[in-house]
Design a protein around this ligand. Sequence first.
Ligand code: F3S
Length: 405
Amino acid sequence: MELTSLERDMLEGKHGEGVALAMKVQVGTGKAFYAKRMVPITRAHVAASAQEGDLFFVTKLLGLGARCLVSPTTNPSMDLTYLEEHLWTMDEDAVARVKASDDAYRRIGATMTLSCTPEIEKNVPSFGEIVAFSESSATPYVNSVLGARSNRESSISALCAAVTGRVPEYGYLLDENRRGEILVEVQAKVEDDFDWALLGYAYPQKYKGPEVPVFTGITKRPTPEGFVQFGAELATSGAVAMYHVVGITPEAPTVAAAFGGNDVKARVTITEADLERVREQFSGEAGPIEYAMLGCPHLTIRQVGEIAALVEGKRFAVDTWVLVSSLTLELAERMGYLGAIHRAGGHVIPDTCMDVPGCWDIYYGRPGVTESQKCAFYCQVYGQRYAVRPLAQAVQAALTGEVVK
Ligand code: F3S
């Protein structure tokens, strides 16, 4: 792999041991993918988590003197102040890990946005920009909807990119790897955000590879939230970090342009029955629930407004958590949505993820409702039993304390 003199100096430790370690990880990754050189990045997003592996690595880099050259935005953590006041005493080790993790990312130079939807509000790349994004919903959005270029980074590789300010040039950074490979004919009706989530989960169940799919047959442009949920589910059910929707996403004005001369490697058809299968897979049991967890990925101000309208003058029957970015929280207050949800007894909480080990123990093994297949899928490891419903139905379940089939 060809390195510039600056990159060689970084690798040899002339910019400190931390930078050298970050560069070593990136050169190793580059060699594994036959990258010929490194290229500079202008943005990064680190799917920081308060989990042991990530904490170990960021602490190690910090200890070796590394600081970010390109300040990355970060994934959510836990709003401990709010949770300690309004909820319960969390597992002490988990709280210590959350605090140590937040502190380490702050000290290494991350911008503490603490949101899993940077791609639509706080870190929005432009067409053709080379970036290093981790986070399941963010990477496909950045590549496919915005036309920026990112590989499917891990929190560790994105942090290394932030420290060195560059990435190895391979994968989706190169024109030839962004072209379509799989032709997907969508025969199902895909109209609202929940339909997009179902489609995102259904496609990898029919085709398992990470090749770039080209979706045809879609006539209605999704909302930004629909695209966010689509990407989140594509990357939860499968490993798709780049896709095209013909006539909608910027690198796919036509089928031919989306394939860019590639042969069609496989054809996939998605029918109503495929979406129905996913709906059924996540429908859970009808009956009483004990909590609602909404906002995986974080909900936008439009979605919080929908919730506020649905609950005005009513009371939630169960603990209801609405997870948002700090910007959305601020907007929700300005718009009066926060008051409506608070009066109904709900919590709107910023900076927080539902998948932080040890922090949501109170709900382990108990039935709840969510709007997110991703949440239901990941939280299975904690024994949380979710019924997944479109947002309005999930809110309705939280008001009645019961999910209906
Ligand atoms: Fe966001 Fe955590 Fe879900 S990072 S997408 S709330 S698992």
